[in-house]
Write a protein that binds this ligand. Structure first.
Ligand SMILES: [Zn+2]
Ligand SMILES: [Zn+2]
Length: 332
């Protein structure tokens, strides 16, 4: 379906700051999907050009007429995400956040973050499967608690040896497993951790102007389940080690754990990440979580500025050395 503007016919994009579709040509807005018929064909409904490389995309920008089009065949697929965590702020805010974080770094090139059009910031929705798992654990340990007290001038230490049995139940909701192999690791890292309560029912209105993808494989794929299980059991082990830390010389004699996936509760979700790409001095990328604003990445370094900095510093050093020599002269 086309995201076309009712007033001028141009292609609209979603603006998270205003929570609606906005026309970049005439400024018209709307808060629901434009009327139109869904098209299951992999071609642009505006100009008829074939979609190229859109096999896994949920939204597509036609390279010929620049229209944004929802890829309805993929949105209707069995493994299409049912939820989405929309971007909490727009590209303009994302740019300000990057500037705040990096502007005080010396040697930043002047052209860093200076593209007024904002075409250097991409909005990406990464597909994840969220798993619900429950289980029980049973642990047997031997451990000591040591207590010391004084008897006259002697310190007496009691060693109390315990047989410890722990039974625990645990449940996890929404364990995230990234579901697209080709996506950059940095995008996946930036999408996590995510806030479960921010997820909304999937609506293609949020996708206009973004890169959004379908999961590579179905939710019950064993490799996804294995990763969710590994994550959950590591969390159980971490918790177990903090709970048993008051004992000295703890020895685990036996442990059993179970972990069951509830396939009915698995959900596909799209999580939002901004990517700023600077191409002035090699390619540098900064990644930002689209809800928390947490970011990672490296800023470029302008070598000419570095050289200038060292020249100034060297000049300062010479001046102070001259000053010391002058002082010595007075003292002698
Ligand atoms: Zn318009
Ligand atoms: Zn087109």
């Amino acid at each position: 379906m086309l995201y076309s503007c009712n007033s001028c016919g141009a292609s609209m994009v979603f603006d998270p700051d205003r929570n609606m579709l906005v026309c970049p040509q005439c400024g018209s807005t709307r808060d629901s999907m434009p009327e139109g018929t869904e098209s299951m064909r992999m071609e642009c409904p505006n100009c008829g050009a074939a979609f190229e490389g859109a096999e896994r995309r949920l939204v597509y920008q036609c390279p010929y007429c620049a229209s944004w089009v929802s890829v309805d065949a993929n949105l209707a697929a069995d493994n299409a995400p049912v939820k989405i965590t929309p971007f909490a702020f727009g590209k303009k805010t994302a740019r300000e956040k990057i500037r705040d974080a990096f502007d005080r770094i010396p040697f930043l090139p002047d052209s860093f973050l200076r593209d007024p059009e904002g075409k250097d910031i991409d909005a990406v929705y990464a597909p994840f499967w969220l798993y619900t798992m429950e289980g029980e654990g049973s642990y047997d340990y031997t451990g000591e608690i040591q207590r010391s007290h004084h008897v006259g001038r002697t310190v007496v230490t009691n060693h109390e040896v315990y047989d410890i049995h722990r039974g625990v139940r645990y449940s996890f909701q929404g364990i995230p497993v990234d579901a697209m192999d080709e996506l950059e690791d940095k995008i996946i890292d930036a999408a996590l951790p995510y806030e479960r309560t921010l997820a909304k029912k999937m609506d293609p209105i949020y996708l206009a102007g973004t890169e959004s993808f379908l999961p590579d494989r179905e939710k019950d794929e064993e490799q996804y389940l294995a990763r969710a299980r590994k994550w959950a059991l590591e969390a159980v082990d971490d918790r177990e080690s903090t709970l048993t830390s008051r004992f000295v010389g703890l020895k685990k004699r036996n442990s059993e754990r179970t972990l069951e996936n509830d396939p009915e509760k698995t959900e596909g979700v799209l999580l939002p990440v901004y990517r700023y790409e600077y191409k002035g001095l090699g390619t540098h990328r900064i990644y930002m979580n689209g809800t928390s604003g947490r970011m990672s990445g490296n800023a470029p370094c302008d070598r000419k500025k570095v050289l200038f900095h060292y020249l100034v510093e060297a000049a300062c050093t010479v001046i102070s050395a001259a000053a010391i020599v002058g002082m010595l002269g007075v003292l002698l």
